[in-house]
Design a protein around this ligand. Structure first.
Ligand SMILES: *[C@@H]1O[C@H](CO)[C@@H](O)[C@H](O)[C@H]1NC(C)=O
Ligand SMILES: *[C@@H]1O[C@H](CO)[C@@H](O)[C@H](O)[C@H]1NC(C)=O
Ligand SMILES: *[C@@H]1O[C@H](CO)[C@@H](O)[C@H](O)[C@H]1NC(C)=O
Length: 408
């Protein structure tokens, strides 16, 4: 009996030991697998971190590579003059300084390039403020001609510009199929910019104007920007025009709130709330702006798409977009009047086109001295520097009488 009970006890004892061992093993195994799990987790965490760091590293270097590739491309493309060599002992250590110095170099000698408008506008945004450039800049006036083909009044303009090299730059936007190049002696030689087709009154017209501005903005010396047509003529000699523009506190965009059908009537309610009816302005296409405003126009991404979508004939974008934009973003920068005279007195949808027999002293006295306006907050009798529309037949009498009528 005793042995049987002890046998049972032993059996029980064995079972308890076995159970104890088992639970110990299970616990140990659980501990081990916990350890495994933790290490695996930590390892994978490190790996993820490593990959993230790697990705950041590559991304940063890729960006740097693209930028440097791009600026190389740009300077090669435009063959910058080497007039501002980098001083080797100082500048290479300051990359931001070096980059802005590069941008401060003189204008591209070669106007032609293969940039798209988007690339062009982006390049413009990287041209530095001239105040940051470490050289004495003489401000220039950019004369931007928006034409279909040749400039019939070019000989008059040639005479106007003669002797003032370094104070002006010329840009021509023509029909893309117009490829005529004037002789090398001409001020218009190689001044065409890459152009695209323009439909009068449509957004392609604004595109052409922005393209002209952008190309002219690449030259850090250009301070004032005048848009002219092939029928425009200058009314004064170069020094008068230059001083008037360079010393003006304001830009010249004719701008008014026209309550009629041809003004407010062209406003589209769908432009609201970005453009409201009280912002809506009408004006002439032929503007003059200073550099700050030119930059704003080229970089506008808020108003342009709204106008492109909602201002279509009989809403003419060239009569509303720029003036409304300027009213929205910087109304105090413009005199609200045009610098280009035009004659609407004969009525009708188009202004007067002057022909050969119209050219007289009386006409020019009227245009040049018949008005009073505000210039730099003072009353002035010089209100217009340019006039339109002059037929090609006026070239001969204009050239003959330029000294008396125009002072050059
Ligand atoms: C580098 O040039 C920039 C711009 O001219 C300047 O603001 C900056 O202080 C310069 N950095 C050094 C380290 O000189
Ligand atoms: C330009 O015109 C102004 C005023 O008409 C005159 O005083 C000035 O002498 C002219 N300049 C030149 C270089 O002819
Ligand atoms: C031009 O008009 C705007 C309003 O459209 C006004 O704020 C601005 O002062 C005007 N500019 C001048 C010089 O009168």
């Amino acid at each position: 009996m005793e042995s049987e009970s002890s046998k049972r006890e032993m059996k029980q004892c064995k079972i308890t030991i076995f159970v104890k061992n088992l639970s110990l093993r299970i616990r140990r195994e659980a501990n081990e697998s916990y350890f495994h799990l933790t290490t695996t987790f930590i390892l994978s965490l490190w790996m993820v971190l490593f990959v993230v760091i790697l990705v950041f590293f590559f991304h940063y270097h890729k960006k740097k590579y693209i930028i440097s590739k791009d600026s190389n491309y740009f300077s090669q493309l435009n063959a910058f003059q080497d007039s501002f060599p980098l001083s080797s002992n100082l500048l290479p250590f300051n990359i931001s300084n070096r980059r802005s110095m590069q941008r401060c170099r003189e204008a591209p000698k070669e106007l032609w390039h293969s940039m798209s408008d988007k690339e062009l506008f982006w390049q413009v945004s990287r041209v530095p403020d001239f105040h940051k450039c470490q050289y004495n800049r003489t401000p220039k006036v950019a004369f931007m001609f928006l034409t279909r083909g040749r400039l019939p009044l070019a000989p008059l303009w040639e005479r106007f510009f003669k002797g003032y090299e370094g104070l002006y730059s010329i840009y021509l936007h023509t029909s893309p199929e117009f490829i005529h190049e004037p002789p090398e002696s001409s001020v218009f030689y190689k001044r065409r910019i890459p152009s695209k087709p323009v439909e009068w009154g449509k957004n392609t017209m604004i595109d052409a104007e922005r393209r002209l501005l952008a190309n002219a903005l690449l030259d850090v010396s250009n301070e004032r920007f005048v848009l002219l047509s092939e029928t425009c003529i200058p009314l004064f000699n170069f020094t008068t025009v230059y001083n008037y523009l360079v010393h003006s506190k304001y830009s010249f965009l004719s701008s008014f709130d026209d309550p009629r059908k041809t003004g407010r009537g062209r406003y589209n309610k769908r432009m609201w709330p970005i453009v409201s009816l009280s912002d809506w302005r009408k004006g002439s296409q032929w503007f003059e702006v200073h550099r700050k405003l030119a930059l704003e126009i080229v970089s506008d991404e808020t108003y342009y798409p709204i106008f492109k979508e909602h201002c279509r004939p009989p809403c003419y974008m060239d009569e509303h977009y720029l003036v409304t934009l300027v009213t929205k973003i910087s109304p105090d920068m413009t005199s609200n009047s045009s610098i280009t005279w035009v004659d609407w007195s004969r009525g009708g949808p188009h202004p007067t086109m002057f022909v050969r027999n119209d050219i007289s002293e009386a006409l020019f006295n009227r245009i040049k001295h018949g008005f009073n306006c505000i210039y730099n907050d003072r009353i002035s009798s010089v209100c217009f520097l340019f006039a339109r529309k002059f037929h090609p037949s006026t070239l001969e009498p204009l050239l003959r009488m330029a000294q008396d009528l125009l002072g050059f």
